[in-house]
Design a protein. Structure first.
Length: 203
C-alpha cells in the first residue's frame, strides 16, 4: 500500500496509508512544513520554512528518519527548481560557503545532500532545471558566464554545452530526450526570448 505525506496541525508532517490507524504525525520540525517535493524509494522529500528560508527535509515516515538534508542549505527552494533523476532529488539552493547558488543532489539512503556544481539562478517562479532519463540540465556558471550545462549528478560528470555569450535565459523544459531553453542573445535584452533546443551534446 502506498503512503502519502502531507502537512497538518500547525504545518507538521503527517503520513497516511489511507486508513485511520495508518495516519500519524511523523515528528516535530524546526520550522513549518511548506511543500511536498518527491518520494524516492519510500522516502519523501519536502521543504520546511525555517526563519523565512526554505530547507529540504526527508522522511521515511518515522521520527528518527525525518531530518534536514543539511541545515546549512537554504534559499527559496520550490518545486520549480527541483527534479528527480536516477533515484536522486536535485534542487537549487543558496551556496552555503559563499555567494551564488548551487545544484545539490540528495538520495534516500544518504544523510545529507552533496553539492554538484555552481548554477545561475533566475526567478524562482520560472523552471530553471530539467531532467531526462540520464541527465539533469541547468544554467551553470564558469569563466564563460551563465550557459546551459548537463550533469550526471557528479562534479566530474558536469559538462558545459553552450557558449552563447551574453544571453538572458528563461525557462528550461524537456521535449522527449531533448531540452528546450528560452534565451535572447546579445546585448539587447529588450528583445523577445526565442526557443533553443539541445540534444545534450556539446555545441
Amino acid at each position: 500500500m502506498s503512503t502519502t505525506f502531507f502537512g497538518a496541525n500547525s504545518n507538521e508532517p503527517w503520513v497516511s496509508d489511507g486508513s485511520s490507524g495508518g495516519t500519524h504525525l511523523v515528528g516535530t520540525l524546526a520550522g513549518s512544513y511548506l511543500d511536498y517535493l518527491a518520494t524516492i524509494n519510500g522516502v519523501a522529500f519536502f521543504t520546511v520554512d525555517v526563519g523565512g528560508q526554505s530547507q529540504v527535509w526527508r522522511s521515511d515516515g518515522t521520527a528518527g528518519g525525518t531530518f534536514a538534508v543539511s541545515s546549512s542549505i537554504t534559499g527559496q527552494i520550490t518545486s520549480q527548481n527541483t527534479v528527480v533523476m536516477g533515484g536522486a532529488l536535485f534542487f537549487i539552493a543558496a551556496n552555503p560557503n559563499g555567494p551564488g547558488s548551487v545544484l545539490f543532489r540528495a538520495t534516500a539512503d544518504a544523510g545529507s545532500a552533496i553539492p554538484v556544481m555552481p548554477v545561475f539562478a533566475i526567478a524562482s517562479s520560472v523552471p530553471q532545471i530539467a531532467a531526462t532519463a540520464s541527465h539533469v540540465y541547468v544554467f551553470g556558471l564558469d569563466s564563460h558566464g551563465a550557459e546551459l550545462w548537463r550533469t550526471d549528478g557528479t562534479p566530474a560528470g558536469s559538462v558545459r554545452l553552450t557558449d552563447l555569450g551574453m544571453a538572458q535565459y528563461g525557462e528550461l523544459t524537456v521535449a522527449g530526450d531533448r531540452v528546450v531553453l528560452m534565451a535572447n542573445i546579445g546585448l539587447d535584452f529588450s528583445s523577445y526570448q526565442t526557443p533553443w533546443i539541445s540534444d545534450g551534446t556539446v555545441a
